[in-house]
Write a protein that binds this ligand. Structure first.
Ligand code: ATP
Ligand code: MG
Length: 406
């Protein structure tokens, strides 16, 4: 293997000024944790950069895992050599020889971070480039659109040589920007919204409302599978709150206001979410709403629904198109689960013509007419079951003795 190290570039962290040190420490911890399955790796933190010495570990699986760690803007497999002309030339040649193409164009790009290095950048470009041209007859220089960009980064302790820059997930280290609760349905949108919130450094606790026995055990397993997938990105146990919603849903349905039932259910969900947020120390509620997608996601509906909580409502998908959301769901590995045909508590009661512009006064009057709504909301919070998921947990249906969640 030509490359012996991985150079990791930290993304938005660099703009965080005084918090930088804290973010870098957290980042190192999370990278180490994500790669705990590779005991041969060594981690090196220096000059605001993170390096991994591969030791005898294979590059590909390590790279695959790194792509999913939040806070990394990009990384490169690198060859590390002594910061000395001959060693750099030999290293550069070895890197170029590792490419399968026999005919290619290239360009050398030297970055001289150690100002004490005896040759300046221009001279180094030539010294390295000439060595390669001399030794590889099929390789030519193209400074405008080279097939291969050969980077040489010279620091005081070492020089690093690389060609490839692999995009990372971006964002901030998980949990470094505070905590939110998030409404997780079994649909396509909310897992994507939660992933986006997590990527921004929010620690997330998911909340799911179920209407057992109207909704099935399979419907719940599906949500557990989604939460498990999200726990992989969290890199630590991921909480899922399962809220019994049957009583509230049944009582709201008895008000016989079919066109407002979704609005009414969403308002109760948010009230419950707010209570759970307060208990968990979360400062925001994340949802998978996307503007205009369905009746409950018009601006008018969002306004009436959102009035139930003082917490900021974060809607990462608000400006995205469905096709973009689907593409993202596929990329993060939630799509196949989301499209399984199990009913959600809301799909059970979907009216023929839901209101796209509910009236706040009317909605409040209906709620006041529902006997003991506040009591039922408190009971739902009380009856909430919380489970913790880890990516390596057995599938929920295989769990011994844990079949009685409801
Ligand atoms: P999704 O694909 O996330 O279900 P959707 O486009 O189907 O979204 P709705 O069903 O109207 O839209 O739901 C809007 C948002 O409300 C969801 O993204 C989710 O955040 C929340 N939500 C809906 N149903 C539930 C539920 N049973 N439990 C928790 N959250 C829910
Ligand atoms: Mg839905």
């Amino acid at each position: 293997m030509t490359f012996d190290h991985i150079l990791i570039r930290l993304g938005e962290i660099t703009v965080k000024g005084r918090n930088r040190n804290r973010f870098e420490t957290e980042m190192l911890k999370q990278v180490q944790h994500a790669l705990r399955g590779f005991p041969g790796l060594t981690f090196i933190r220096t000059y605001g950069r993170l390096y991994i010495a591969l030791g005898n570990e294979p590059y590909e699986p390590v790279a695959d895992r790194l792509k999913d760690v939040f806070g990394i803007s990009s990384f490169s497999p690198v060859k590390r050599v002594e910061p000395e002309l001959q060693a750099i030339r030999e290293g550069a040649l070895a890197v170029m020889r590792s490419f399968p193409q026999r005919k290619a164009t290239f360009k050398v790009k030297v970055s001289r971070r150690w100002k004490g290095f005896p040759h300046d950048t221009m001279a180094m470009n030539h010294l390295v480039g000439a060595h390669i041209l001399r030794n590889m007859p099929n390789i030519t220089v193209d400074v405008r659109q080279p097939d291969i960009e050969l980077h040489v980064e010279i620091q005081e302790q070492h020089a690093y040589i690389y060609c490839e820059v692999v995009p990372g997930a971006g964002g901030f280290p998980y949990g470094s920007n505070g905590k939110a609760v998030a409404l997780l349905s079994g649909g396509i949108d909310s897992p994507v919204a939660i992933w986006m919130a997590m990527r921004k450094g929010l620690e997330v606790e998911a909340i799911h409302f179920h209407s057992y026995p109207f909704t099935s055990k399979e419907a719940q397993d599906k949500v557990v599978t989604l939460a498990k997938r999200l726990s992989y990105y969290a890199g630590k146990p991921f909480k899922l709150h399962l809220v019994p919603f049957t009583d509230i849903q049944t009582s709201l349905a008895q008000s016989k206001q079919d066109h407002l039932i979704i609005t009414l259910m969403r308002r109760s969900m948010l009230r419950i979410a707010q209570r759970i947020a307060e208990k968990s120390g979360a400062l925001a509620i994340v949802t998978g709403d996307s503007l205009g997608q369905v009746a409950s996601q018009t601006l008018g509906s969002m306004n009436v629904i959102g009035r139930t909580t003082d917490l900021p409502l974060l809607r990462p998908l608000v400006a995205m198109d469905k096709l973009e959301i689907i593409a993202m769901a596929k990329r993060i590995g939630t799509y196949e689960t989301s499209i399984l045909p199990y009913e959600d508590c809301c799909t059970l009661f979907v009216p023929k013509s839901p209101s796209t512009n509910p009236n706040l006064r009317v909605v409040e009057r209906i709620e006041n007419g529902v006997p003991n709504l506040a009591g039922m909301i408190a009971q739902a919070v009380e009856g909430t079951e919380t489970i913790e998921l880890r990516p390596d947990d057995p599938a929920p249906s295989d769990r011994a003795g844990e079949d009685d969640w409801f």
